[in-house]
Design a protein around this ligand. Structure first.
Ligand code: SR1
Ligand code: MG
Length: 408
């Protein structure tokens, strides 16, 4: 039985704002002139309000079930606490790259946060064909700063363990374990695809090398407690503000409700997977230059990530056996794992529940080839992640796969 508490609505939201002193200087609850319900995600209610002086606030309320499916799929609303605490923890290390949290209401699972309505969701911008520069690099920096900041290298042994205990998030981790790692290979009644892609879904599930590698990656996801990771860092979890439609001047990683102490390469893989998915859309639409650009984004994220990690390395609290030689091993492992998770996250968005608009909004005749290309590229990226390849090699191989799978 799902927990009962009052949900926010147009009718009760201004009395909610008036009921808490913290809001009095943030917004005039008696003079709300803009009210928008913008929760188009899979899980929550999200409202944007602005007053007559232009001051804005966002209220995000976790429902006790998965919004995408309804009350038949109960889901703990404490994920809102995880998101609020993670955003605050991440702001300690990457303040500019996360929204400001104003309040967390633990009785109604409501997060009050900075209004980002002058930003756009990166996925939407990519779908419209915008090539914003200066996003993929800072996101690599975000993963490095938050990943290193919440690791034993910064927190030390005791704090790391205490923080890890506070941030356990079993319900949301189970969603990822099922939707990303299991169901694309072992159907659970939630998969879907075009009839023309049935053959591709079968090929994926019957690829025993891929299934073995996915098992290795799922085990890493379930047992690695490295850092407080975002946990769902796709391009729909990134908001950007750009003045000239060319380069971003503000980047915010939002929606960290899937956060937990996990493998930080999972966040890198989530980003990279969605870059390739964006590239598949460009390919399907015949935008070859833009596809090439999107396929260059994984390298940008990785290069910025590695640079930041190397800069932070001298600050680690215990240098005894965590020496420079160990750093090289860590970076190599993170790169391989990031590529492994990339393929896993690509495949799930094609055959499993919760897809991406990049592919789903394509006409079926184009979608068929794009979906096939993403699945084939996913298998290549995950299975060959330990081979010595440059980022350009990976981009070129991916481009060849997407191009040859494209349909008209
Ligand atoms: C039931 S939740 C489905 C998906 O939405 C989120 O964005 C996560 O990616 C999750 O797997
Ligand atoms: Mg989300």
């Amino acid at each position: 039985m799902a927990e009962e508490y009052e949900f926010l609505s147009k009718d009760n939201i201004s009395s909610y704002l008036s009921s808490k002193a913290v809001f009095s200087k943030l917004i005039d609850s008696q003079n709300i002139v803009v009210f928008k319900e913008v929760g188009d995600g899979n899980l929550n209610l999200v409202f944007i309000m602005k007053d007559n002086k232009g001051k804005g606030i966002v209220l995000k309320q976790a429902l006790p079930y998965v919004r995408l499916v309804g009350p038949d799929w109960p889901m703990t609303p404490t994920r809102a606490r995880i998101e609020a605490e993670t955003t605050i923890a991440h702001s300690k290390y990457a303040k500019d790259l996360v929204p400001e949290i104003y309040d967390y209401d633990e009785s109604r699972y409501i997060i009050a946060m900075e209004d980002l309505s002058d930003h756009v969701v990166w996925r939407g911008a990519l779908n419209e064909g915008f090539q914003f520069e200066g996003v993929a690099g800072p996101l690599g920096t975000y993963v490095a700063k938050t990943g290193f900041g919440t690791s034993v290298f910064t927190l030390g042994q005791e704090t790391h363990k205490l923080e890890l205990a506070r941030a356990i998030n079993p319900g949301l981790c189970l969603i990822t374990e099922d939707l990303v790692f299991s169901e694309p290979y072992f159907e659970n009644g939630r998969n879907s695809f075009l009839p023309a892609n049935e053959i591709d879904a079968k090929e994926l599930a019957n690829d025993s090398d891929m299934v073995r590698e996915i098992g290795i990656l799922k085990y890493k996801f379930m047992t690695t407690s490295e850092s407080l990771i975002h946990g769902d860092l796709h391009t729909g979890s990134v908001m950007i503000k750009a003045e000239d439609k060319q380069s971003a001047i503000s980047i915010k990683a939002i929606d960290s409700e899937f956060a937990f102490y996990g493998p930080l390469a999972f966040d890198l893989g989530a980003l990279m997977a969605n870059y390739v998915i964006a590239a598949a859309r460009f390919c399907a639409l015949g935008k070859i230059e833009q596809m090439q650009w999107a396929l260059g984004l994984p390298e940008q994220t990785w290069v910025a990530f590695e640079k930041e990690i190397r800069a932070l390395w001298p600050t680690r609290v215990d240098k005894r056996v965590f020496n420079d030689e160990f750093l090289e091993v860590l970076l190599k492992t993170w790169r391989e794992d990031a590529l492994g998770f990339t393929g896993a996250k690509m495949a799930r968005r094609i055959v499993g529940l919760a897809k991406t608009t990049d592919i789903e909004t394509l006409e079926p005749n184009l979608r068929e080839g794009a979906a096939r290309g993403v699945l084939r590229a996913a298998r290549m990226i995950t299975k060959t992640r330990k081979q010595v390849k440059t980022w350009a090699d990976i981009a070129n191989e991916t481009k060849a796969i997407l191009t040859s799978a494209a349909t008209k």
